[in-house]
Design a protein around this ligand. Structure first.
Ligand SMILES: Cc1cc2nc3c(=O)[nH]c(=O)nc-3n(C[C@H](O)[C@H](O)[C@H](O)COP(=O)(O)O)c2cc1C
Length: 204
């Protein structure tokens, strides 16, 4: 093992820059889905719910991802915009924990991203009423076939109920694994999304 990743960590650098530096390293070391992040939302009944979504870049100061706006997660985020995100990159022994406020991306941003997706994913976005009950995989396949016919030889438009969110952070913690469980926890916090960052370390 070489130097731990924390050796190059610097509180003087903006947390987004620190994040992007570590993410670059994760992309080099992790062959599959280094951009996978857990997204925690809270339902109206106070129950938390967590699932993986794919990070698609920093958009206007927020961590972006795309989804169906009628899914469970979206319904929860539209009622309670406070969410948690978590990246874990075992190959570099780093965890990044984010708390923030989520907002829908602009329609033009979602449409632009949608057009960059593989055609099969575009059709899938129309075919899948995400989070709804289905009778089985045949039902989905039938809808997929119907969409293939509908959009034959045509570009697939972005469904109105599909698009992105970004998470504007109010807290970002960089966790670096160290020997003897004496891990490093570098924390950035701010009172709201406009406020300046304060920094501190936490005991592991
Ligand atoms: C590796 C991986 C990547 C995923 N990426 C996304 C994604 O970017 N957007 C999305 O809506 N669901 C994604 N999913 C599926 C979600 O985890 C989840 O099953 C789905 O969004 C429905 O969640 P909900 O019913 O809580 O809304 C992904 C799952 C995995 C395992």
């Amino acid at each position: 093992m070489g130097e731990p990743m924390s050796a190059s960590f610097d509180f003087k650098i903006d947390p987004f820059e620190n994040f992007l530096h570590l993410f670059d390293e994760a992309k080099k070391q992790i062959p599959k889905d280094p951009n996978a992040m857990s997204l925690a939302t809270v339902g109206q009944d106070g129950a938390p719910s967590v699932r993986i979504v794919l990070f698609k870049g920093l958009v206007r100061g927020g961590f972006s991802f795309y989804t169906n706006y009628e899914s469970q997660k979206s319904k929860e985020m539209l009622l309670n915009n406070r969410v948690g995100l978590l990246f874990y990159w075992p190959a570099i022994d780093v965890q990044v924990r984010i708390q923030g406020i989520t907002e829908k991306l602009k329609r033009a941003e979602s449409e632009e991203y949608f057009q960059s997706r593989p055609r099969i994913s575009q059709l899938g976005a129309w075919a899948s009423a995400q989070s709804q009950t289905i009778s089985g995989p045949e039902e989905l396949q039938k809808k997929m076939t119907a969409m293939e016919t509908k959009y034959l030889n045509q570009p697939v438009p972005c469904p109105p109920n599909w698009g992105g969110f970004h998470v504007l952070p109010v807290g970002i913690e960089f966790w670096f694994g160290r020997e003897g469980r004496l891990h490093d926890r570098y924390v950035y916090e701010r009172t709201d999304i406009q406020a300046p960052w304060t920094t501190r370390m936490k005991s592991p």
